[in-house]
Design a protein around this ligand. Structure first.
Ligand SMILES: [Zn+2]
Length: 120
């Protein structure tokens, strides 16, 4: 669409809107007044819902605070350590293994050299 046409349509809409607003000014006022009530209800309910959730969360945090949290943190740490160890073990046991003959090497470099010499 041509930009000039769009501007013309926009200007027409503005004029029409002003005209309509002036013509139905009392209706607009009534409408606004009618909308305020339900709008307040909706916004109020939304705030209650939002804040009650936050409140619940905060109360839960308060009861859990202290030793319990520390213990949970420690078990979490142990778990992640265990996982790390397992990961390392599996890594070292498979990392330097020749994929062709299965021979194991101390370093990846050694395995690569072996591969290049024996399986090239
Ligand atoms: Zn090999």
């Amino acid at each position: 669409m041509h930009p000039g046409l769009k501007v013309f349509i926009g200007a027409f809409m503005v004029v029409l809107g002003i005209f309509a607003s002036l013509t139905y000014s009392t209706e607009i006022l009534n409408f606004t007044q009618a909308v305020i009530g339900p709008l307040l209800v909706i916004v109020g309910a939304f705030i209650i819902w939002l804040e009650s959730d936050e409140w619940k969360l905060r109360m839960q945090k308060d009861t859990d605070r202290g030793f319990d949290i520390q213990q949970r943190l420690e078990t979490k740490k142990e778990k992640s350590k265990k996982k790390e160890k397992e990961h390392q073990e599996t890594e070292t046991s498979t990392r330097n293994k020749c994929p062709v003959c299965g021979k194991e090497f101390d370093t990846e470099r050694g395995m690569k050299i072996h591969k290049a010499q024996k399986h090239a």
